[in-house]
Design a protein around this ligand. Structure first.
Ligand SMILES: *Cc1c(COP(=O)(O)O)cnc(C)c1O
Length: 247
């Protein structure tokens, strides 16, 4: 392991090559894949370094950290993604600073985000694009709406559909797509299957809620993003492979 790239810029270049290759192998265009630099736990200086290297999309999972970084560093073209589930008392920071929320799983959170986003609409904030997080693998440790048996279980589909309808009708939210996380330490065939089943669930939901855009599929992290691209991911969320191991 002698030539591990040292800087964020060098790692970014290598990742772009891998995205390109994975997209082409899947018969897709690399422009269809948005790379989100997951900057959680990293100092704002790392966000600035990544921005200087050309990255524009950043992912955070703590409201306080999002607030600090979005306040300290606020170029017009920087896009903040909030990638973790929220408690009720944490919604305000996301309504204020996030450009995309990836991990909705409860109607109560949708209602709060809708109201709080509406209160900020005069400051030029449009509606907040929201992805529903689905738990396709069925692992108990995973967040997300239970969807591990969605193909045969009408009740699982109905629950997802109900939340999707609520978001689609919320004036200050947009139903943008689905997000999922692969099972930990699973063989690639199993991870691939989780990603493909997520894509099919998105396709089903898009038919069930035709008024919503539902184009986004947020899936793939440092260890599995190529599999996610092969399955149709539009947003990949990369932390370690770009910034190095978290300590
Ligand atoms: C931390 C995190 C990531 C990035 O994970 P890496 O393994 O560092 O690439 C992606 N998505 C979510 C939801 C995360 O919490």
């Amino acid at each position: 392991m002698s030539n591990i790239p040292a800087t964020i810029a060098q790692r970014y270049t290598r990742i772009q090559e891998r995205i390109c290759q994975a997209a082409r192998q899947a018969g897709r265009n690399e422009d269809e894949v948005t790379l989100i630099a997951v900057s959680k736990t990293r100092p704002t200086a790392d966000v600035q370094e990544a921005y200087a290297a050309g990255l524009r999309h950043f992912g955070e999972n703590r409201p306080q950290e999002l607030t600090e970084k979005a306040t300290e560093f606020a170029p017009d073209d920087l896009v903040w993604h909030y990638i973790a589930a929220l408690q009720s008392r944490q919604t305000a920071a996301v309504a204020q600073f996030a450009h995309l929320f990836h991990a909705l799983e409860r109607g109560k959170i949708a209602r709060r985000l809708d109201v709080q986003r509406g209160e900020r609409s005069e400051s030029g904030r449009g509606s907040l694009p929201v992805l529903l997080q689905v738990n396709i693998s069925g692992e108990a440790s995973k967040a997300g709406i239970a969807s591990h048996r969605w193909e045969e279980d009408a009740a699982q589909r109905a629950q997802l559909h109900a939340l999707a309808e609520q978001v689609a009708h919320a004036p200050h939210l947009t139903l943008a797509g689905l997000m999922t996380m692969a099972p930990w330490h699973a063989p690639s065939a199993e991870i691939q299957q989780v990603f493909e089943r997520t894509r099919r669930l998105r396709d089903w939901l898009a038919t069930a809620v035709p008024s919503a855009p539902l184009d986004a599929l947020s899936m793939g992290m440092s260890d599995d993003f190529e599999l996610a691209i092969a399955a149709g991911a539009t947003h990949i969320r990369l932390g370690r492979v770009l910034f190095g191991e978290r300590t």
